[in-house]
Design a protein around this ligand. Structure first.
Ligand SMILES: [Cu+2]
Length: 167
């Protein structure tokens, strides 16, 4: 008689298992490496987030310079904006984390309002002949923010293109 059929079958099976084992060895190591990288990245990201502070409050613990501006409203617009129709006007430039205080002095006979995109969207309405301080805010977000009148005045088209630059 030749070899035991069962033994022969067993040897083949063992050889296949061995092949599968060695075949799976690399992927397992690679998977482990990937897991290590993912965990390390997550930890690193967490540490970075902690180091630079929460995104919602980049100015936490920082008090920048207080920047005072006056927007003078007259029949010639905001700070004579009727003479600056090809550009944003008036322009206010601050650094991030500065405190921005905008006084609106309305020397016009009609009411005007002043709003700042993102920072003061409600706006401050100022009756003719009055002067009011827009609620101060901290410029914690960098960018270009439009400053515009919130009242449908007779010169409205000339007072909707102001600019706050936060750099
Ligand atoms: Cu207006």
């Amino acid at each position: 008689m030749g070899e035991d059929p069962i033994s022969e079958f067993s040897r083949v099976e063992v050889a296949v298992l061995a092949f599968e084992s060695s075949g799976r060895l690399m992927p397992k190591n690679k998977m482990l490496a990937v897991i290590v990288i993912v965990v390390a990245t997550a930890l690193g990201g967490g540490i970075m987030t902690f180091a630079i502070g929460l995104p919602a409050s980049p100015c936490a613990g920082l008090t920048g310079t207080t920047r005072n501006f006056t927007i003078l409203a007259t029949i010639n617009g905001f700070n004579d904006s009727v003479n600056h129709l090809q550009e944003s006007w008036p322009v206010m430039s601050v650094h991030r984390c500065d405190i921005v205080k905008i006084t609106i002095t309305n020397n016009d006979a009609q009411a005007h309002g002043v709003a700042v995109d993102y920072y003061a969207t409600r706006g401050t309405d100022v009756p003719g002949g009055q002067s009011l301080l827009n609620p101060p805010f901290q410029a914690f977000k960098i960018g270009h923010f439009r400053v515009y009148c919130t009242v449908k005045c007779t010169i409205h088209e000339f007072v909707i293109n102001g600019l706050l630059n936060v750099a």
